[in-house]
Write a protein of this length. Structure first.
Length: 254
């Protein structure tokens, strides 16, 4: 495991394209087996400069919130490990996380998914469901659950077996008793129900809907309603029309 060094600067990282700094205000940096999600002062040093709708203060608030969520959750084998907040040389706030390779579940499924053994798919479904249940038991709603926010990682450097690691809790929120209309939904179609349904559902229900969508994606190598626009998917959700489950193995329906 790489050791984090607080004297690191941007030159000590390889900037990743996994996040869009123009929309998040956060840049994702990689060094060895660690990842730093850092504020946009680093973005301003890029050439050409990247404009963002977020201020430096917005980025810092997002990082502090996500770090707090990781602290509330504590360790879990299927949730990426956080090493907390630190300040990089130059004053940039950074959240230090373990790096997971080969990368996101979404990328794997849509590039190598056809070669993934059935037993691995079922195991990933179980691991992901266990991670989501753990979050809910800890009083945390994920709110932005989708295959881009699920990483694949080996259990050890010598292991070829990949497991899932839930990540990106920037939009996560506490579960509250009434749960209705108390948060901003970050999950988008096809993982989320229609936005017009948000006044009738809770955070937990959104997570469970997104979990079911992601489980189908794991087993079928494609998003539910693959190829349709978000607007059309939302319309079908409102009508109570959902993809047929005939191709999904029986073990996931019961």
């Amino acid at each position: 495991m790489s050791q984090f060094n607080a004297t690191w600067t941007t030159s000590d990282f390889t900037t990743s394209k996994a996040m869009d700094p123009s929309t998040t205000g956060i840049v994702l940096l990689v060094s060895g087996e660690l990842v730093a999600k850092a504020t946009q002062r680093l973005i301003a040093q890029q050439s050409p400069p990247v404009e963002s709708i977020y201020t430096l203060e917005d980025g810092e608030e997002l990082l502090r919130h996500e770090s707090w969520i990781y602290e509330l959750l504590g360790p879990h084998p299927n949730i990426i490990m956080s090493h907390g907040l630190t300040t990089l040389a130059g004053g940039d706030l950074a959240l230090i996380l373990d790096r997971a390779t080969p990368g996101s579940l979404d990328t794997h499924l849509h590039s190598k998914g056809a070669h993934t053994p059935f037993r691995d798919r079922v195991r990933w479904c179980v691991e992901l469901a266990d991670a989501v249940a753990f979050c809910h038991r800890r009083g945390v709603a994920i709110v932005d659950l989708n295959s881009n926010n699920v990483l694949l990682s080996s259990s050890s450097p010598s292991s070829k077996t990949l497991g899932v690691k839930l990540c990106d809790f920037g939009a996560a929120d506490l579960v509250v008793a009434d749960g209705l209309r108390t948060f901003v939904f970050a999950t988008h179609a096809p993982a989320s129900p229609s936005s017009t349904m948000y006044d009738r559902i809770t955070k937990i229900q959104v997570d469970l809907f997104a979990l079911g969508s992601t489980l189908c994606e794991i087993m079928l190598n494609q998003h539910p309603w693959e190829g349709l626009s978000c607007h059309e998917i939302g319309r079908r959700h409102e009508e109570g029309s959902f993809p047929a489950l005939a191709e999904v193995p029986t073990c996931l329906k019961t």
